[in-house]
Design a protein around this ligand. Structure first.
Ligand code: NAD
Length: 593
């Protein structure tokens, strides 16, 4: 039978500790919060007051409840005040030396049967445990940031943690309304092991100026439905903490993708530690404020409207698939004159029918008036002759993802279109520059990577090659804005922004499953309830298709020659076996029909 735990201690009242103290107090626990000195204690109290104040404003807490919550936390700098605590959660900075010292001290003050937990994100809980005389009562209790919001808790059980202790801590976590998952003592556990490679890669994209911070963040929010972009998330986590986590993960796994991006170290050294110091990748109104204020990096040069754009009214779309139909709809609804080319009259008719059906759906859902539907349809006409593209200002190609087919198409368009017309490809995986090289005016070729379904997804990656003219990029950005889309600009590299950041993470999840560190269900839960992802990696892989994911991962691996990008063998085997996800009825999970 497990014992009743009511008296909690929290050591370190920074980003995490203050949130953890609040979570316990909100669930009725009696809490003692300790920090190193009075200033830090006051800052910790301020965190709790600010956070509960926001909860009141959002209607999640009444004023009375707020006062009770704050009343349940006693703040101190004296370890003796922790003497009667049954469970102490440590949340001091991510340093093994410091944590070991603190555990040694805690071990001396608390009762022999008390449980000591660390909120470490990456350090070895075993190494912390052996600094005490009670290693079997030491455990990891890894909360997610912000602790009052994220429901996930990783409970880290070492080879010596007693099963009773695991059970007790699991019960405590559940009583907080959290979803605990028990994991082994490996750097990064589930969520950070999958998250930090991605965050680090995003930091390198920023460092190498592959894309602006705003564009990297917008791409992941709008392209993947993530609650925050990676750079804003790094600011929230704290760049010093992120650096330490990556460093520990790198030292344990020697995976180059975890070697902290140099920019992180530079920023930490310069005191730009993220939101907590008021400046990180972004500048904030004040330390700990979530409000971003403009700085020298705002707005991005490519998008500030300083480059004159070319006039675009007449648009051509080549193709007859889902993407082409979606793109035709988007342009027509935004008032452009659209002419599409399809191979054969039947396909021209099919595109028209597809377009009508989609617009009718919009009307049925109340998103479009009948008059707007009719006006959009009146702006669209179809042809079977590519030559009819001659008068178009912009031609967007959305034919099959095949380099040979697209190259021939660009050669033809180059002959047909007038000088100054912009040629755009919607490719998601081929080099745009190959298509540019097939024309006599490579400066007029640009990538416009729409996301499926095009009428719904707001993101468009505007891809410029080494040859693309500045005014062509500016025009593409302007056209996307006229479409009501959110354009982000990036260079011509495999995966652009979104796929380059997303697929290696999915591949890492498969590798984690392969290593039997956690189940697909636990991994999906970790990412959804720990990081607020709309879907877990295995759910997403099954929806996207394992074959599509494998193809993208192979492209990334071939382009970057990065060993960490090598496709996971399990992914290859499932594709070989024909288990490619929902569309085949089986992928990482099985589906009815
Ligand atoms: P932080 O820098 O925001 O806060 C650390 C706190 O510890 C500060 O208030 C500091 O004054 C206090 N402290 C320092 N030395 C101390 C001492 N000797 N005794 C008592 N208190 C001391 O750091 P953080 O981001 O809250 O990280 C704390 C822990 O939580 C780390 O192990 C980190 O890996 C982990 N963690 C962080 C996040 C995150 O997103 N930031 C998420 C989960 C877990």
């Amino acid at each position: 039978m497990s014992r009743e735990i009511t008296r909690i201690g929290v050591v370190g009242l920074g980003t995490m500790g203050a949130g953890i103290a609040e979570v316990f107090a909100r669930s009725g626990y009696d809490v003692v919060g300790l920090d190193a000195n009075e200033t830090a204690v006051e800052r910790g109290r301020g965190h709790v007051e600010g956070s509960t104040d926001r909860a009141v404003k959002r209607g999640k807490l009444t004023e009375e409840e707020r006062a009770e919550v704050i009343g349940r936390i006693r703040f101190t700098t004296d370890y003796a005040d922790l003497a009667d605590r049954q469970l102490v959660v440590e949340a001091v900075p991510e340093s093994l030396e410091l944590k070991r010292e603190i555990f040694e001290q805690l071990d001396k003050v608390v009762e022999p049967d008390a449980i000591l937990a660390s909120n470490t994100s990456s350090l070895s809980v075993t190494e912390i445990a052996v600094a005490t005389a009670r290693p079997s009562q030491v455990i990891g209790m890894h909360f997610f940031n912000p602790a009052p919001v994220q429901a996930f808790v990783e409970i880290v059980s070492t080879v010596v943690t007693s099963p009773d202790v695991v059970e007790d801590v699991q019960e405590v976590a559940q009583s907080l309304g959290k979803l605990p998952v028990v994991v082994g003592d490996k750097a990064g556990f589930i969520a950070n092991a999958l998250l930090f490679g991605y965050l680090n890669h995003a930091a390198s994209m920023f460092e190498t100026k592959y894309a602006t911070r705003e564009d990297i963040d917008a791409a992941m929010k709008l392209g993947c439905g993530l609650p925050m972009g990676p750079l804003a998330l790094l600011d929230l986590i704290g760049l010093d903490t992120a650096y330490e986590i990556l460093d520990t993960m790198y030292k344990q796994g020697r995976d180059r993708l975890h070697a902290p991006s140099p920019v992180l170290k530079q920023m930490v050294t310069a005191g730009l530690r993220g939101r907590k110091t008021g400046r990180g990748f972004y500048t904030y109104e004040a330390p700990n404020s979530p409000v971003v204020v403009p700085d020298a990096l705002t707005p991005s040069a490519a998008q500030d409207g300083s480059v004159a754009t070319r006039p675009v009214e007449k648009v051509g779309v080549v193709g007859s698939g889902t993407m082409a139909v979606g793109i035709i709809e988007v342009f027509a609804k935004a008032g452009f004159d659209v002419l599409y080319v399809a191979r054969g009259d039947d396909k021209v008719g099919k595109v028209r029918t597809g377009l009508e059906r989609s617009l009718d759906k919009g009307v049925a859902r109340g998103k479009l008036s009948e008059a707007d539907r009719d006006a959009a349809l009146a702006r669209v006409s179809g042809t079977t002759k590519l030559d009819d593209m001659a008068d178009r200002d912009l031609v967007v190609e959305a034919v099959v993802e095949d380099l040979a087919v697209k190259t021939v198409l660009f050669e033809s368009l180059d002959e047909i279109c007038t000088k100054g017309a912009i040629l755009a490809t919607t490719t998601s995986s081929l080099p745009v520059v190959d298509l540019a090289a097939a024309t006599k005016f490579p400066q007029d070729v640009v990538g416009l990577h729409f996301f499926n379904p095009a009428p719904v997804m707001k993101l468009v990656e505007v891809v410029s090659t080494v040859a693309t003219a500045d005014d062509v990029v500016a025009t593409a950005v302007d056209v996307c804005r006229r479409l009501g889309k959110h354009p982000v600009t990036c260079g011509d590299r495999a995966g652009f922004i979104v796929n380059a950041l997303l697929f290696p993470y999915l591949n890492d999840a498969v590798k984690m499953l392969e290593a039997n560190y956690a189940s697909a269900d636990d991994i999906d839960t970790a990412m959804k309830t720990g990081c607020g992802y709309p879907m877990g990696p295995f759910e997403l892989l099954d929806v996207v298709g394992l074959d599509v994911s494998l193809a993208i991962q192979r492209t990334l691996y071939l382009e970057f020659r990065e060993p960490g990008f090598a496709p996971a063998p399990r992914l290859e085997h499932l594709v070989t076996a024909g288990y490619v996800g929902r569309k085949s009825g089986r992928g990482f999970r099985s589906y009815d029909g």
